[in-house]
Design a protein around this ligand. Structure first.
Ligand SMILES: C[S@@+](CC[C@H](N)C(=O)[O-])C[C@H]1O[C@@H](n2cnc3c(N)ncnc32)[C@H](O)[C@@H]1O
Length: 255
């Protein structure tokens, strides 16, 4: 099931439930993340009850990243995954934390530096749709809770495929479609009634958290994203649902 309506004009896209000009979306998404950057980590813990840490841990386990590997964490934001990868790859490895948004990158860089993560990590401002790295650069790429914000997801998947080494893995961790009707209903109430209020209370920003809830509903479901990854050229694409499909991690290999 794809949620992009077939009648939508090519110059239009979704920003949450709104239909907007494709060229405007990147600036609107930038507005959201400039606004939430300072409270991003706190809100993540509050909104998920800390469970996002388990989703990320499972993603790291699935990544198979080892000592000496080269890893790109695109849309890496405040660096939860990049920090863990930095320790896993060691001094002979390389981690690139890339994000389109300078506020998120700044918060990520400060946090990881304060945690003593240094030496094998670089910070790069980049758009997932056109990654500024040579072909065949990375053993593994992760994009966690980032793909749904990208305007041209197909271009981003092709760009990630290009910069992966043959045999390299892409992991997409993203909100998805609950597999259980009851969970789906509770989750709907939670995200549309409670999340924006929590955003207002904690981050003084109701709108960005309404966008969060809406963008999750507009994101391709598990099977659609699997098809998009295959279409982009990934092989052996599989996904694992977590928390009854509220979140899924997709993995594909560059042939
Ligand atoms: C919800 S945050 C996720 C941050 C981090 N990966 C995590 O899991 O906590 C989404 C991130 O995607 C970034 N982003 C949005 N569009 C992007 C794009 N086109 N290219 C790269 N990063 C993008 C945002 O700036 C933001 O930092």
């Amino acid at each position: 099931m794809t949620l992009r309506t077939p009648t939508m004009a090519d110059d239009k896209t979704h920003f949450g439930f709104k239909t907007v000009n494709r060229n405007d979306k990147v600036g609107m998404v930038a507005g959201v993340f400039h606004s939430v950057a300072g409270k991003y980590d706190l809100m993540n813990d509050l909104m998920s009850g800390g469970i996002h840490r388990l989703w990320k841990r499972f993603t790291i386990e699935l990544s198979g990243v080892r000592y000496g590997n080269s890893v790109l964490d695109i849309a890496g934001g405040t660096g939860d995954l990049a920090g863990k990868f930095s320790r896993l790859v060691g001094p002979d490895g390389r981690v690139v934390l890339a994000d389109i948004n300078e506020s998120m990158l700044r918060v990520g860089r400060e946090k990881l530096t304060n945690q003593g993560v240094a030496g094998n990590i670089e910070y790069v401002q980049a758009n997932a749709e056109c990654l500024p790295f040579p072909d065949n650069s990375f053993d593994c790429i992760t994009i966690a809770f980032g793909l749904r914000n990208v305007t041209d997801k197909d271009a981003a998947l092709r760009s990630m495929l290009r910069v992966l080494k043959p045999g390299g893995r892409l992991l997409v961790l993203e909100f998805s479609k609950p597999t259980n009707e009851v969970v789906g209903k509770v989750y709907d109430r939670y995200s549309f009634d409670i999340l924006p209020k929590m955003g207002k209370l904690v981050a003084n920003d109701e709108e960005s958290y309404r966008y969060l809830a809406e963008s999750i509903r507009m994101h391709p479901d598990q099977e659609t994203l699997k098809g998009m990854m295959e279409e982009a050229g990934f092989a052996e694409v599989r996904y694992h649902n977590m928390t009854a499909g509220v979140v899924a991690v997709h993995r594909g290999i560059k042939p």
